[in-house]
Design a protein around this ligand. Structure first.
Ligand code: URP
Ligand code: ZN
Ligand code: ZN
Length: 469
């Protein structure tokens, strides 16, 4: 009944191949309460008198639960709000093998970042997995230093800012610089969406005056150079202030290379890529459902996708997110003008299976790097490692039993996201989670939802770990 350190073993994951970012091999995992107690040789006898619940992982992988560093829940932008709440978003997350989401607390124009973050944090308990938060600043004022200090003290250590979306979330250069600098002083980190708005608006104007500003021209209305220009400016802000910086959804090799070069100079700068930029390309904008793929930055040419994929292998990409935005087809079809259309794609449930299928099965990415990109590094950079993102004694028992041989066609009817489409409809994906465990609770078992009441908790971050493996 007791392990060597005296805690009861309540749950055993038996007979699987455990994979972390450092190794993979046969092992059993003993869980006590909400945490991992031990990783032991397969078949190690349990302490006398133990009668734990046994999860059979024979023939399967056992991975740390995924950490999605970029997930919008109930997000309002302009006239549109994404359709899921915490219960729905996390139900989808756990069916896709993700056990922690990092959501955004984005104020409406004029809103107070600290109040917005506290209100969003209170929603975590409605979830079926855990969640952390990025706060968001739109405009600097005299209250901002105190607000940022309080956010970091309360365990919300990352702050998102946007260089685009004028009138909604766009921050000006002064705000960006002050927030980056202040966060650097207090142990936080800025998280930036980079597209130079003047270049975007110029390109949008050219599209509107010429070929069109409908979804078929979306990719021309937000050119790659807008991203590159903005990343260069933001790196200069981080470098000149000695502060860390994290770039969300980088979609081009040029942008990633700027970050990698900065890192080589000693800047704590990091790249997040999201699955749709690594898998899909701009040819979808020629198709009949172009609006369903409208996201910012837009999908890029196949040659750019290939270059971005290479940077996943060469180590320049640090994390893989979903940028989950749960709009449905009706919302996407409200207007034909991409400037007024809700942008973003649903993806919290498909992030891990699609990335595993394309990169591990399709391109030979190692299991260790898969875990690092999708769980360990997102946890580190969000200040929640090693509580999240790894399997080691004392870590939360967030575990995914993963069948690497299961091939299934993606169909929205089989998914749990609160929308009526997926950008991956019809794609055959190999590698799916079968059982998901959150802090020792089995929430998905053999593909079926097995949770009772919500168990979600807000995860208090400690400050980003900037030394990646
Ligand atoms: O198109 C996107 N990515 N929409 C969601 C908001 C954002 O920019 O992350
Ligand atoms: Zn963004
Ligand atoms: Zn986003």
């Amino acid at each position: 009944m007791m392990t060597d350190n005296g805690a009861a073993v309540d749950l055993v994951v038996r007979g699987g191949t455990v994979a972390t970012e450092r190794w993979h091999g046969p092992a059993d995992i003993w869980v006590s309460g909400a945490v991992v107690r031990a990783i032991v040789d397969r078949g190690t006898p349990l302490p006398d008198g133990s009668a734990p619940r046994v999860v059979d992982a024979a023939g399967k992988l056992v991975l740390p639960g995924g950490v999605d560093p970029h997930c919008h829940v109930g997000f309002t932008s302009g006239a549109f709000t994404t359709l899921d709440d915490y219960a729905q978003a996390t139900t989808a997350a756990v069916h896709g093998g993700t056990t922690t989401i990092v959501d955004f607390a984005i104020p409406r124009p004029g809103g107070v970042p600290l109040d917005t973050a506290r209100a969003q944090r209170d929603k975590a308990s409605a979830g079926f997995c855990d969640s952390a938060l990025h706060a968001c600043v739109i405009e600097w004022d005299d209250s901002m230093p105190d607000q940022l200090d309080t956010l970091v003290e309360e365990g919300i250590v990352t702050v998102k800012m946007f260089t685009t979306y004028r009138g909604e979330t766009m921050a000006n250069a002064d705000t960006l610089h002050r927030v980056i600098k202040h966060l650097g002083r207090i142990g936080g980190m800025a998280v930036i969406h980079c597209e130079a708005n003047h270049i975007v608006e110029g390109a949008q104007g050219d599209c509107a005056a010429g070929p069109g500003i409908d979804p078929h021209h979306h990719h021309h209305s937000r050119p790659e150079i807008a991203e590159t220009a903005s990343v260069a400016e933001l790196i200069a802000m981080a470098e000149s202030t000695g502060a860390p910086i994290y770039f969300v959804h980088q979609s081009t090799a040029a942008a990633v290379d700027l970050v990698a070069d900065a890192r080589r100079r000693g800047v704590a700068a990091f790249t997040e890529s999201v699955v749709h930029h690594l898998v899909l390309d701009e040819t979808v904008y020629d198709g009949p459902d172009a609006e369903l793929y409208v996201c910012c930055p837009p999908l890029r040419p196949r040659s750019a996708v290939t270059e971005l994929q290479r940077r996943v292998f060469s180590g320049e990409v640090s994390t893989i997110g979903s940028d989950h935005c749960c709009y449905d087809t009706a919302q996407k079809r409200t207007t034909d003008d991409v400037r007024d259309m809700p942008n973003g794609l649903p993806g919290v449930e498909t992030r891990l299976p699609v990335f595993f299928s394309e990169f591990v099965i399709g391109l030979g990415l190692s299991l260790e790097r898969f875990v690092q990109l999708t769980a360990s590094n997102p946890a580190r950079l969000n200040g929640i490692y090693p509580q999240k993102g790894t399997i080691s004694p004392g870590s939360d028992a967030d575990l995914v039993i993963w069948d690497p041989t299961l091939s299934r066609e993606v169909r929205i009817d089989d998914l749990h996201m609160a929308t009526d489409y997926t950008p991956y409809e019809g794609r055959v994906v190999t590698g799916w989670p079968v059982t998901t465990i959150v802090r020792g609770n089995v929430v998905v078992e053999d593909g079926a939802f097995a949770a009772g009441d919500p168990i979600g908790r807000h995860v208090v971050a400690q400050g980003p770990s900037l030394a990646l493996c």
